[in-house]
Structure formats: structure tokens, C-alpha cells
Design a binder for this molecule. Structure first.
Ligand code: PRP
Length: 224
């Protein structure tokens, strides 16, 4: 068995990795507008992990966001949908083919107002983040500032409050988590939105189906 025969890449199905939660719901709404559906996925009580549309030869599965690029790189899924934050952080060998224009938020440096001076003067600061690679790239390559990066797995806003870190690098959507914790956006790193990614082998082995899939989803995005 060669690499290209393994998993989804070798099958007659197009396999699509979705990000569990709201992003999966928004993705399925978009796909429905593009003419792709999966009735099984609508059953919220089901504990099934993989869902099939036999007529359209589509398979869907739900996974944690950071695992989506992994499934796609290894060809376990031909296509994946997750946030550009996750795609940047994971830095997998996949093709990013489409901005889906939902799941929009901003990657920011945030902290208490006083931390603004530490940033301006390029002080050696501590940065807490769920996104250590994005934080490292921002401070080292864009700002040329040496910092100490501390990886956290959630509730990152706690970092500056309990003095683990001076600032955080995190996603800001409504800004209410920052506001309710006495923190503010200090710098913007980049805008974030949901993206479609494709396995590099599938892109040529299943070129016709995948090109059509992308074109129909692109039309549905543009119709919004
Ligand atoms: C995300 C993010 C912020 C919050 C931002 O956390 O890490 O904490 O949402 O949203 P807001 O600007 O609308 O308040 P998430 O809910 O994913 O939980 P986590 O911090 O435990 O990862």
C-alpha cells in the first residue's frame, strides 16, 4: 500500500473533517447552500463520529480544531474546515483553498493597559498563549522583540491577572472576556476566519471532484 492508497485519499468518497461545535454547524449550513448535505449529521443526540451521504459519496467527521490540519495532511481527510488561527499554529503541509467568511475574529496581543509601555519599549516580557507558534512568529519575526512564551491550554486571560504573564496572544471576538477581566487589546496580530484546506495528494488524485467542490462552495460564499 502506498501513501496515496491510504485512508480517504484512496477511497471513492470525499472525506471532510469538520471542527466540532459552532464552526461545524456553520460549515454544514454553507455546504447545504452549495448543494452538499448530510442528514445523519443533523442528529444532535447521536454519538457517532463519522457520517455518510451515500448518494453524494461524501463522508464527514467531527474533530477538535487543531486536529483538522493533521487529518488533512496525512490524507485521513481530503478536505478540512477550521479557523485560520489553528491552520497558522499547526503549520501543516496542506493547501489552503478558500476563506469561508465566517468564524471571524482577531488574533491580538492583550493585557492590562500598563503593559502597553512594556510593548512600546521592547522590554523582555512574558507572553501567555494557546498559540505559541503564532506568538513567537509575531514577536520574533515581525516585532523583533525577544520574549518568554508560556503555553497555556485555555482561559488564557488568567495569565496577566495572576501575574503569570505580562500579556497574552489570543483570539478576540466580542471583546467581552477581556473587558470583564480588566484587560484590553494592545496590538492586533491578524484577522481570523474559517478556511477550507485540502490534502496535497487528493488535490491531484481527486482533482475533478475537489475542484467542483471548491467552486460550488466558493459560489455559496459569494452569494451570502
Ligand atoms: C476564546 C478566546 C477568548 C474568548 C474570546 O476562548 O480564547 O478567551 O473566546 O471571545 P470574546 O472576545 O467574545 O469574549 P474559548 O471560549 O474558546 O475558551 P478557552 O479560553 O477555554 O479556550
Amino acid at each position: 500500500m502506498t501513501d496515496t492508497d491510504r485512508g480517504a485519499v484512496g477511497s471513492e468518497y470525499l472525506t471532510i473533517a469538520l471542527t466540532k461545535g459552532r464552526l461545524a454547524d456553520q460549515t454544514m449550513e454553507l455546504l447545504a447552500r452549495a448543494g452538499y448535505t448530510c442528514e445523519e449529521l443533523g442528529d444532535k443526540k447521536s454519538r457517532k463520529l463519522i457520517f455518510t451521504n451515500e448518494d453524494q459519496k461524501l463522508r464527514f467527521f467531527l474533530s477538535k480544531g487543531p486536529d483538522v490540519p493533521t487529518y488533512v495532511e496525512y490524507g485521513a481527510a481530503d478536505i478540512g474546515v477550521t479557523g485560520s488561527d489553528v491552520i497558522m499554529e499547526e503549520n501543516r503541509r496542506v493547501f489552503e483553498v478558500l476563506d469561508l467568511d465566517f468564524g471571524k475574529c482577531r488574533m491580538c496581543v492583550a493585557g492590562p493597559a500598563e503593559a502597553g509601555d512594556l510593548l512600546r519599549h521592547h522590554e523582555m516580557i512574558r507572553v501567555a498563549s494557546k498559540y505559541p507558534q503564532i506568538a513567537k512568529d509575531y514577536f520574533y519575526n515581525r516585532k523583533h522583540q525577544t520574549v518568554d512564551i508560556i503555553k497555556l491550554n485555555g482561559s488564557v486571560e488568567l495569565g496577566p491577572i495572576v501575574e503569570l504573564a505580562d500579556v497574552i496572544v489570543d483570539i478576540v471576538e466580542t471583546g467581552s472576556t477581556l473587558h470583564e477581566n480588566g484587560l484590553m487589546v494592545l496590538e492586533e496580530v491578524c484577522p481570523i476566519s474559517a478556511r477550507m484546506i485540502v490534502n496535497q495528494v487528493s488535490m491531484s488524485m481527486k482533482a475533478r471532484r475537489i475542484r467542483e467542490f471548491i467552486a460550488r462552495v466558493r459560489d455559496a460564499v459569494n452569494m451570502q
